[in-house]
Ligand binder design. Structure first.
Ligand code: F6P
Length: 364
C-alpha cells in the first residue's frame, strides 16, 4: 500500500448535496492510509492562487456528510484552459493558464487530484490528465446527465425536493381548480422532471427528450376536466422545448462559463395553457432549492462510497479515470468514456412506460 501520499481534492461546477460526504470519505480513507489530503478552493482556481489551499484533517470533516454545499467552495467559471483575465489595458481576454496550474501542482508535490464535478469539471480533469497530472474523477450533478455511471449523487435529493414541492402544489391547485406549472432543473436532460413528475402525480411532464405539442398538452388538460379532474400539475424541465421551437435561456450566459443559463419554459407553457384553455394558470420556478440543504440518505451513502472508492482507485494507480456506479459495484471507468457525452432519458425505459401507463402526458 503506498504510504505518505499527498492528495488534492477540488469540487467544481454547481454545488450538489453530497459534495461534503465525498470530501469526508476521501479524508478519512486517506488518513487511514497515512496520506495527507488538501482541499483546493473553488474548483481549479485554488491551484492558481494557492494561498487558500487547506489541509483537511479527520477533525475538520467528521460528519460533514450531513451538510449541503461544499466546505472547499466551487465555481462554474474557472476553466484554466480558457480563463478570462484582465490585460494591462483593462480589457478581458481569454487565456490558457493551465501550465501555471501544473507548475503549482508539482511545486506543492501533490501525487494526485481528485476532481469532483459534472461534465465541465471532468473535461478539465481529463485535459489535465493529458498534460501529465494524475487525476481521478468523481461524478457529481443533480441533473444525472453524466455518461458511464447509472446515477450521480445530488440527483436523489433534487428529485425528493421537487416531489415534495409537487405534493404541496396539489392542494393549492385543487382548491382553485388551477393549472400549476412547475419548472425544474436538469439542463438538457429530463431526469429530475420525469422522476419527480411520476412520484408527485403530475398530469403532464415536459422533458428535453420529447419536443412537445402545446395543443396536445391542452387537449389532455381539457380531457381531464371533462372527466371531473378540474386541476392539473405540469412539470416542465428547464431544457424542454416545443416541437420545432427552441430552448429558452436567460441572456447569453456569463463570462468564463461554458453553458447557457436556462430558464423561462415554465412561464411560457403556463401562458400558452391559459391562452388556449382559458383556465386559471400559474407558474413557479423551483430553482436552486433543488440543490440546497442536506443530502438524502441515498445521496449521502453514494457520496461516501464514491469518495472511498476514489481513494482505492488512487491506491491501484488507475489515473485518468472516474468512479462510476454500475450496480452492485463501484468501478473505475476511463474519463474519455464520460466527457463530451450526455446521458439522456431513454424513451423506451420502463420509467417512461410507467408514466404513459398511468396516464401522464408528454405532449407528444
Ligand atoms: O448543473 C446543475 C444546475 O443546477 C442545472 O440544473 C442548472 O441549469 C444550472 O446548474 C444552474 O446553474 P447556476 O447555479 O449557475 O444558476
Amino acid at each position: 500500500m503506498p504510504k505518505g501520499l499527498k492528495i488534492a481534492i477540488n469540487t467544481g461546477g454547481g454545488d450538489a448535496p453530497g459534495l461534503n460526504a465525498v470530501i469526508e470519505a476521501v479524508v478519512l480513507a486517506g488518513h487511514n492510509r497515512q496520506w495527507e489530503v488538501y482541499g483546493i478552493r473553488n474548483g481549479y482556481t485554488g491551484l492558481l492562487n494557492t494561498d487558500e489551499i487547506m489541509r483537511l484533517t479527520p477533525e475538520k470533516v467528521r460528519h460533514i456528510s450531513s451538510q449541503g454545499g461544499t466546505i472547499i467552495g466551487t465555481t462554474n467559471k474557472g476553466n484554466p484552459f480558457q480563463m478570462p483575465i484582465k490585460n494591462m489595458a483593462g480589457e478581458t481576454e481569454i487565456r490558457d493558464v493551465s501550465d501555471k496550474v501544473i507548475e503549482n501542482f508539482k511545486r506543492l508535490r501533490f501525487d494526485c487530484l481528485i476532481a469532483v464535478g459534472g461534465d465541465g469539471s471532468l473535461k478539465i480533469a481529463h485535459d489535465f490528465f493529458k498534460k501529465g497530472m494524475p487525476v481521478v474523477g468523481v461524478p457529481k450533478t443533480i441533473d444525472n446527465d453524466l455518461a458511464a455511471t447509472v446515477i450521480t449523487f445530488g440527483f436523489d435529493t433534487a428529485v425528493s425536493i421537487a416531489t415534495e414541492a409537487l405534493d404541496r402544489l396539489h392542494s393549492t391547485a385543487k382548491s382553485h381548480d388551477r393549472v400549476m406549472v412547475i419548472e425544474v432543473m436538469g439542463r438538457h436532460a429530463g431526469w429530475i422532471a420525469l422522476n419527480s413528475g411520476i412520484s408527485g402525480a403530475a398530469s403532464v411532464i415536459l422533458i428535453p427528450e420529447v419536443p412537445f405539442d402545446m395543443d396536445k398538452v391542452c387537449d389532455h388538460i381539457m380531457d381531464m376536466e371533462i372527466h371531473g379532474n378540474r386541476y392539473a400539475i405540469v412539470v416542465a424541465a428547464e431544457g424542454a422545448k416545443p416541437a420545432g421551437g427552441s430552448i429558452i435561456a436567460k441572456g447569453n450566459g456569463e463570462l468564463g462559463r461554458q453553458d447557457v443559463i436556462l430558464g423561462g419554459i415554465g412561464d411560457y407553457v403556463a401562458k400558452e395553457i391559459a391562452k388556449k384553455t382559458g383556465k386559471d394558470t400559474r407558474s413557479m420556478v423551483l430553482g436552486h432549492l433543488q440543490r440546497g440543504g442536506s443530502p438524502t440518505t441515498f445521496d449521502r451513502l453514494l457520496s461516501l462510497r464514491f469518495g472511498a472508492a476514489a481513494v482505492r482507485i488512487i491506491e491501484e494507480g488507475k489515473f485518468g479515470t472516474m468512479v462510476a456506479l454500475e450496480p452492485p459495484v463501484i468501478k473505475a471507468v476511463p474519463l474519455e468514456d464520460v466527457i463530451d457525452k450526455i446521458k439522456r432519458v431513454d424513451l423506451n425505459s420502463d420509467t417512461v412506460q410507467t408514466a404513459r401507463d398511468i396516464g401522464i402526458c408528454f405532449g407528444d
